[in-house]
Design a protein around this ligand. Structure first.
Ligand code: GDP
Ligand code: MG
Length: 439
């Protein structure tokens, strides 16, 4: 569907002026994309109306074509709907910080409790304590203890015969005695929201006065996630959300719905079962994911800012007939520098993740300087025919550029790999597109 969205965009792209029917056409695709991504239909409706209004009301910017502009508005609106910026976890001014994990059974509370403990120790220098507050699910305590062992974080448990309220009270005392500054309470979940559970959670909340009540939601549950978020928020007034299992093939529409229904920030996403599989939530990236089109927009933006159109066309042609030389590479490097790391840029392109060997191509700013130095030490003829570079020529170039032979060989190999890759990208469906960001 992301592709359809793009083809609609392509159709409108060339037009000088965006009409109402263009916008309608675009928005129909956007609406479908959102629904397919499991965004709540009420949210979609409101959203589409907002964007339509903005798109029709906006003056057409010189640098962007109308299609790009509508997409840009969609992206911006999605981003702001999801909170705009990443929001960090709440930490107490005076220790201990208390974090209470809540959510349905199987959402990922216990796993995320461990991930958070690790995150807080690593990134915030905290000394966390995990508290086994789920006394109902068989083996829940064992599971938390296993997690604790794995990441070397202490776990407080009183078995399954003591009420969670009492466990938490004792855990807080224990943390104080042991100078553990962060208490993460794992709680029970049910298959559905039920009153007994909610009362227990309310009690735990009251006596532990959490800085963060982290609702854990399984992103695979789609539409249901919204109802869950709404009821937990209504009863407990949550402070943050972690959306788990985004490593699956869900589009992540739940993120949009949850945020707009609860007005509470999504702070983290779970991207694997492993303890390091926790990432900060970035609304902008999620907006792209929901639209299913990679980070097309940032590419458009960067390209519009930096790339001269004529040069771009000439380059595209060269890419197509494979006459791209090291000299072209050299002049592109300056552009690449302003566009950001090449591999990042390539990764943002839809479908680029399928290209083999992409992960091996890494150019950081410094490396680009080195690469430029090497190419500048070549004669024009060598730049056009790198196959002529024998050992003695390479030695000369190494001297001239102050780089090692190894680096020169690596550059030549990367250049060849890149040429191959570009050929792949410019042939077939991906016609006319090149990895430097031109459309
Ligand atoms: P709880 O019942 O809410 O405590 O959920 P658990 O922490 O026991 O997690 C339920 C299942 O989901 C376990 O098999 C976890 O390994 C898995 N899980 C949790 N978070 C993630 C995630 O981000 N990605 C993946 N792939 N699996 C996850
Ligand atoms: Mg659990």
């Amino acid at each position: 569907l992301g592709e359809r969205l793009q083809s609609t965009m392509d159709r409108i792209k060339g037009k000088g002026k965006v009409t109402e029917s263009d916008v309608k056409l675009m928005m129909r695709e956007v609406r479908l994309a959102l629904l397919e991504a499991d965004v709540n239909f009420k949210v979609v409706k409101q959203f589409v109306n907002d964007v339509k209004e903005r798109a029709l009301g906006s003056a057409v910017m010189q640098s962007l074509t109308p299609g790009q502009q509508v997409i840009k508005i969609v992206q911006e609106e999605l981003t702001s709907l999801m909170g705009g910026e990443n929001q960090k976890i709440n930490l107490a001014q005076k220790p201990p910080t208390v974090i209470m994990m809540v959510g349905l059974q199987g959402a990922g509370k216990t796993t995320t409790a461990g991930k958070l403990a690790l995150h807080l120790r690593k990134k915030h220098n905290k000394r966390p304590l995990l508290v086994a507050g789920d006394i109902y699910r068989p083996a829940a305590i064992d599971q938390l203890q296993t997690v604790g062992k794995q990441i070397d974080i202490p776990v407080f448990s009183m078995g399954d015969q003591v009420k969670p309220e009492e466990i938490v009270e004792n855990a807080l005392k224990h943390a104080k005695e042991e100078h553990l500054d962060t208490v993460i309470i794992d709680t029970a979940g049910r298959l559905h929201v039920d009153e007994a559970l909610m009362n227990e959670l309310k009690n735990v909340k009251e006596l532990s006065n959490p800085d963060e009540i982290m609702l854990v939601v399984d992103s695979m549950t789609g539409q249901d996630a919204v109802n869950v978020a709404e009821s937990f928020n209504g009863l407990l007034d949550i402070t943050g959300v972690t959306l788990t299992k985004l490593d699956g093939d869900t589009r992540g529409g739940a993120a949009l719905s949850i945020r707009s229904v609860t007005q509470k920030p999504i702070k983290f996403i779970g991207v694997s079962e492993k303890m390091d599989g926790l990432e900060a939530f970035h609304p902008e990236r999620m907006a792209s994911r929901i639209l299913g089109m990679g980070d097309v927009l940032s590419i458009i933006e960067k390209a519009q800012d930096n790339v001269n159109e004529d040069e771009q066309k000439a380059l595209e042609k060269k890419l197509k007939d494979s006459s791209f030389t090291l000299d072209d590479f050299l002049s592109q490097m300056d552009q690449v520098k302003t566009l950001g790391p090449l591999d990042d840029l390539l990764k943002m392109m839809p479908g680029a993740n399928k290209i083999k060997g992409l992960d091996k191509m890494q150019f950081t700013g410094k490396e680009i300087d080195h690469v430029q130095a090497i190419i500048r030490s070549m004669t024009l003829d060598e730049r056009e025919h790198p196959e002529k570079l024998n050992a003695s020529r390479k030695k000369r170039i190494a001297k001239g550029s102050g780089r090692s032979l190894q680096e020169i060989n690596r550059l030549l190999k990367q250049f060849n790999d890149m040429k191959k890759m570009m050929k792949q990208m410019t042939s077939g469906k991906r016609k006319g597109k090149n990895p430097f960001g031109g459309m």
